[in-house]
Design a protein. Structure first.
Length: 452
């Protein structure tokens, strides 16, 4: 297959998807040794670049993108990988804030294709799509000579494909750790934290937002065992909010010798301020290590241009407001709805929701319902239906009626039709949330509808 078009490249990479999810993390056919073998065959590119490795339950995608955008503004060539993607699979491989070009992607994929093909029938099973994308990202970042690679974990840490990066100069960044993916990572915070801290390797620098005490103990234990250095951040003493309004947030950040006042950013919500703090601390520590200057004017320019698609993202057209957020666990939903209440006090919203099967949607509903006037319940249609399945609509409806019989419920199978009807509701504000897969399916439609 000649990699002459984006569709040809996508078709090849998608050929590593596993219809039965047999080889993925947590399944019977999974082996971490498989991605280690692939990394080794590629020359271990992940250990030949400077890696900033981000794990956590809430905020890891946002924090990754904020770190990347700050470093770009300071003049560095960066690599960024985040997942899942919303529109284009190349969101998983970005260079200096841009999707990797088709030419660069094709040039490197044709080189490693023989290695990928040789491993399709190995005794460890064929590499998964996620493993291939992560190793392709590491390989491209190495060959394209990025200054820093910002790497978001997919799930957990210990057995995540990103965790083949083991070099001593790695920075391990930990966002808020909570309950999610419990069927794979464990049923308790301690067990989940135990999986995520395994991104920490010998002599790493570890930077963490404040955590529950039981989680902090797990982190500090791993730090001690690995001989790493630990920096803990407390948002209460480091962030002073000036305002959090409908179009921007403003706050002061204090960290070490940094004191940046009246930061203004389009990223809304207290949780994004915490993610910015974590990103700023990470870049500050890099500046000490690499002896570069964190120019305040450049930093302010970065803050004013920050964009994290699908996270409390606001679209406005005339008198209609659509807010989308990929919150898909109770911790994320609590942070999101709390921010909504602060920005729009005493407002009742229309919600359009869908959930991935297996998520704790009952607890998420208990957070949503007190601020809901009307709920459009739908489902997303995944291009991997055997792997990623939406929670049945009728089950969600039953749960909503059990929890709150007063809210108006509209159930619609097709999310595009649901969006059209919800958009015509008299309520000024429509919230679309519950799953990144729902956001991914609707993102282009919402963007085009609200900006054209």
């Amino acid at each position: 297959m000649a990699f002459t078009t984006l569709n040809r490249i996508q078709e090849y990479l998608y050929s590593f998807r596993d219809e039965n999810n047999h080889f993925s993390q947590g399944k019977s056919g999974f082996s971490f040794e498989r991605v280690r073998r692939l990394a080794n065959r590629l020359g271990d590119p992940q250990n030949k670049i400077k890696v900033i490795h981000i794990a956590g339950t809430s905020g890891k995608g946002s924090t990754s993108q904020i770190i990347d955008q700050i470093l770009n503004t300071l003049g560095f060539k960066t690599g960024l990988t985040v997942s899942p993607h919303l529109i284009d699979f190349r969101e998983r491989i970005q260079i200096s804030g841009q999707l990797v070009s088709i030419d660069i992607l094709a040039k490197h994929l044709i080189v490693i294709k023989p290695i990928l093909e040789s491993l399709r029938e190995s005794e460890l099973g064929r590499p998964t799509y996620f493993e291939v994308m992560i190793m392709l990202a590491y390989y491209i970042f190495w060959k394209e000579k990025v200054d820093y690679a910002v790497i978001e974990t997919g799930m957990g840490g210990r057995f995540d494909a990103t965790n083949v990066a083991t070099q001593e100069d790695k920075i391990a960044v930990l966002t808020k750790i909570g309950l999610d993916h419990t069927e794979f990572l464990g049923k308790t915070l301690v067990k989940i934290a135990g999986e995520k801290v395994e991104i920490i390797h010998s002599n790493n620098l570890v930077i963490s937002i404040n955590q529950e005490s039981k989680v902090s103990k797990v982190i500090l234990s791993k730090v001690a065992k690995s001989g790493s250095k630990y920096i803990g951040l407390n948002p209460k003493s480091s962030i002073n909010f000036v305002s959090n309004v409908k179009s921007f947030s403003s706050f002061d950040i204090k960290y070490s010798s940094l004191n940046i006042t009246k930061i203004k950013t389009p990223l809304l919500g207290n949780f994004q301020a915490e993610n910015i703090l974590l990103a700023v601390a990470t870049v500050f520590e890099l500046s000490k290590r690499a002896s570069f200057i964190m120019d305040e004017r450049a930093m302010r320019r970065a803050f004013s241009n920050l964009l994290v698609p699908g996270r409390l993202e606001v679209f406005k057209k005339k008198d209609k407001v659509m807010i989308i957020d990929g919150a898909h666990n109770p911790q994320k939903m609590e942070a999101f709805v709390s921010s909504l209440k602060e920005i729009y006090p005493n407002h009742k919203f229309d919600f359009m929701i869908a959930f991935k099967k297996g998520k704790d949607y009952e607890k998420m509903l208990t957070i949503i319902l007190p601020v809901a006037k009307k709920i459009f319940i739908t489902k997303f249609i995944s291009d991997e239906p055997r792997i990623i399945e939406a929670e049945p609509i009728d089950e969600i409806v039953t749960k909503v009626r059990t929890l709150n019989c007063k809210v108006e419920i509209i159930k619609i199978d097709d999310p595009l039709i649901a969006l059209e009807l919800a958009g015509k509701s008299k309520n000024q504000i429509l919230i679309v949330t519950g799953s990144l897969y729902l956001i991914a399916q609707l993102y282009r439609k919402i963007r085009d509808k609200m900006t054209n």
